[in-house]
Design a protein around this ligand. Structure first.
Ligand code: ZN
Ligand code: ZN
Length: 112
């Protein structure tokens, strides 16, 4: 019987590890799902006005965080701006990389 009590400890340890592993996976899964929803929203809000290609990525920006009297900056996702669409300097419409050149969209370029 001397071996059994050690085995029990091993099993309990294993069960605990599995529990931690499971909650880690659940956390990652819910973060991933949340991101998918946010990407869909971003795509609905921002589309290339020429080909209708939706934005797939949020802008990465340095975000100001306040901790008491200190402020510091951290890179974060800005979901109110797309990273993979560009605003035409002329018509201010969102445009994908294919339809913009040097800040001017194809539609404005054709009117020039
Ligand atoms: Zn486009
Ligand atoms: Zn334009």
């Amino acid at each position: 019987m001397t071996k059994d009590w050690k085995k029990k400890i091993d099993e309990e340890e294993k069960a605990r590890e599995a529990e931690v592993e499971k909650s880690k996976k659940e956390f990652l899964e819910s973060a991933r799902r949340e991101r998918v929803v946010k990407v869909q929203e971003l795509g609905r809000k921002f589309k290339c006005h020429i080909c209708d290609k939706p934005a797939r990525e949020p802008m990465r920006e340095s975000i100001e965080l306040r901790m008491g009297l200190d402020t510091y900056h951290e890179d974060g996702d800005n979901w109110s701006k797309p990273k993979d669409l560009y605003q035409c300097v002329n018509c201010r419409n969102w445009t994908c990389a294919e339809h913009i050149y040097k800040g001017i969209c194809q539609r404005c370029a054709e009117k020039m």
